[in-house]
Design a protein around this ligand. Structure first.
Ligand SMILES: NC(=O)CC[C@H](N)C(=O)O
Length: 385
């Protein structure tokens, strides 16, 4: 198992004033100042268009091995609190901002974002023209990047050669690196109605919580769980979480086993991509992906458009507006992102199986969380009736 490249640096007041440089694999570079930990880091450069919710972004395990560029210019205003983290640590491998807040101000804030990044060893860069960088990534596509900071930096040709040796996101199998290693249970809130086995491929904290709020007892299982371990929880439904990496490399044994048994199955993001692959569709890498809390998605059954929270660089390749035959029955695309006609949701017409590409639990609003998890409850109720 490989681990993500982490920061290697120190953090003294002098280093903070250190120069930093961001080097893209195509040779373009941006100069700025050290932000967070001082040192060096590598990853896939992606941009997020969220204006708020940076704490949720940083702690989303789906960002493992990615260097996130924030398009909102001013980041860190509300500091870091003890409530909003989506997992046990920051997962982004690097962080790029234009203008960090110098004095965080919020009643929940416990420390500054700069200090939190430093404490967790996350190398960042500030003072970058993030508009120019984002335009570059939109035109050329997501690509590998390195951030280097410290009092003395090597010449750019040397740094570029190192970026070009860093691992690619295509083909990366990362779920086991972020997943819980031991199973745990999130109890139902206010009376148990259903049991769900949730595969942790990089799950976020709010996901089992939103299920628990609906009377679901959630057994969160490691990414390596077997079909027998899934069924040992006696589930009414099985949930496939979000997660980092390329869905093409993931093992589909458990997903196919659940489909064969006919248990209600529900997935988000990476889980949607795995369902797509298990049904026989392909997945492909988007040029630069969808990341942010402001992505318009249309529900194909009602025509209704919602603004949703996304984080994905891959998508399912299924035909729009046509029913497809799969080994598990007739399948249909249920949701489409209007930005560039990307498949955002799938459903089986004759079985309780449904998945979406977007996150319900971020700042997009409570109603779409209700939509997704309520729909899953309906599926399980239908199965029981
Ligand atoms: N949020 C996610 O689950 C991300 C899924 C996958 N790693 C992608 O980039 O498309």
């Amino acid at each position: 198992m490989t681990t993500s490249p982490r920061a290697t640096g120190r953090d003294t007041a002098r280093d903070k004033a250190s120069p930093a440089v961001l080097v893209l694999e195509d040779g373009r570079s941006f100069r700025g100042r050290a932000y967070g930990a001082v040192g060096e880091t590598f990853g896939e450069a992606v941009f997020s268009t969220g204006m708020t919710g940076y704490q949720e972004t940083l702690t989303d395990p789906s960002y493992h091995r990615q260097v996130v560029v924030m398009t909102a210019p001013h980041i860190g205003n509300t500091g870091v609190n003890d409530e909003d983290a989506e997992s046990r640590r920051i997962w982004v491998s690097g962080y790029v901002v234009r203008d960090p807040a110098r004095t965080p101000s919020n009643w929940r804030s416990r420390r500054s974002l700069d200090d939190e990044l430093t404490a967790q060893g996350v190398v960042g860069i500030s003072g970058v023209d993030t508009r120019a960088l984002t335009r570059h990534l939109r035109e050329r596509g997501a690509m590998r990047v390195g951030i280097f900071s410290g009092p003395s930096l090597a010449d750019e040709a040397t740094l570029l050669a190192r970026v070009q040796r860093a691992p690619q996101m295509t083909g990366a199998d990362l779920s086991a690196e972020v997943s819980a290693t031991e199973a745990y249970t999130v109890p139902a809130i206010g009376g148990k109605r259903f049991t769900v086995a949730a595969l942790d491929l990089g799950i976020k904290g709010m996901t089992p919580h939103r299920m628990a709020e609906r009377g679901i007892e959630v057994h969160v299982l490691p990414a390596t769980a077997t079909l027998d371990e899934v069924y040992a929880t006696a589930p009414d439904g099985v949930f496939l979480s979000n997660g980092p990496g390329d869905p093409a490399t993931a093992d589909l044994t458990v997903v196919k086993g659940v489909l064969e048994r006919g248990t209600p199955l529900f997935g988000i993001c990476f889980g949607n991509q795995l369902l797509g692959r298990a049904l026989g569709f392909g997945t492909y890498k988007l040029k630069y992906g969808h990341r942010g809390i402001n992505q318009p998605v249309q529900d194909r059954t009602t025509g209704k458009v919602e603004v949703t929270a996304h984080n994905h660089g891959f998508a399912v390749d299924a035909p729009l507006d046509r029913v497809s035959d799969t080994p598990y029955g007739r399948a249909e695309v249920s949701h489409v992102c209007l930005n560039d006609n990307v498949v955002e949701g799938l459903r089986l017409l004759d079985r309780p199986v449904f998945s979406v590409q977007y996150h319900p639990e971020a700042a997009a609003g409570p109603h779409d969380a209700a939509y997704l998890f309520d729909r899953f409850v309906q599926l399980m109720e239908g199965q029981r009736a």
